[in-house]
Design a protein around this ligand. Sequence first.
Ligand code: AP5
Length: 194
Amino acid sequence: MFNLVLFGPPGSGKGTQSENIVSAYNLHHISTGDLLRDEVSRHTPLGTEAKKYMDQGMLVPDEVVIGMISGVIDDTPDARGFIFDGFPRTRPQAEALDKLLEFKNIKIDLVLSLEVPEAELTKRLLSRGETSGRSDDNDEVITKRIKEYNSKTQPVASYYHSLGKLERINGEHPIPETFKLLAKHINKYLLPVS
Ligand code: AP5
C-alpha cells in the first residue's frame, strides 16, 4: 500500500492534481474539504458545526476532522493506497494520522507540497469562485484562509521534512506539467495503472 499526502495552500491545485493522480495510480482520494462540504449539504450536526468555521475561512476543530478520517479509512479496506488532500492541516492532525495508520499497520510514504505564490493563489480562487458556488471563494475569506494556512498548516511541512518525507514541487506551471513533476516522485514508489 502507498499513502500520499498532497499538501499546499488553498488554490495550489491539490483537488485538481488529486483527480489526475487518482486516475493514473488508482489511489483512493480522501479530501477533508469535500467530506465537510458533503456534511454541510446534508445538514448533519457535524456539517452544521463545521459550516461556522468554513464560511469564515477558519479551520474546523481537529477532533471533528480526525474522527471523520478514521471512518473513511475503515470503510475502504481494499484500497491500493490513499491520497490525503487537505489533511493533515495542523501538527496535531499529522500526529493523529500517524497514530491512526500505525494502528492499521500502514504509514504515510510521501508528502508532495505544491508551492504557489500568494498572488497566484488569490487569482485562481477568485476565478474559481465565479462558478463554484463555494462560500469561501471571496476576497475577504480567501485572505483569512491563506492566513490560517501560514500560521497553522505551514508547520506541518516542517514535521514531514523532519521525517524525510517532504518533497517541494513548483505548482505554478500549467496543470499537465505540474502533474508530470508530481508523477516523477510517485513513480519511485508505485507504477501508474494507466
Ligand atoms: P478545502 O476544500 O480542503 O480547501 P483548500 O485546501 O483550502 O483547497 P482548495 O479546494 O481551496 O484548493 P486546492 O488546492 O484544492 O486547489 P484546486 O485544485 O481547487 O477546505 C475548505 C475548508 O474546509 C477549509 O477552509 C476549512 O474550513 C475546512 N477544512 C478542510 N480540511 C480541513 C482540515 N483537515 N482541518 C480543518 N479544517 C478543514 O485549484 C484551485 C483553482 O485553480 C481551480 O479553479 C483550478 O482549476 C485552478 N488551478 C489548479 N491548478 C492550476 C494550475 N496549475 N494553473 C492554473 N490554474 C490552476
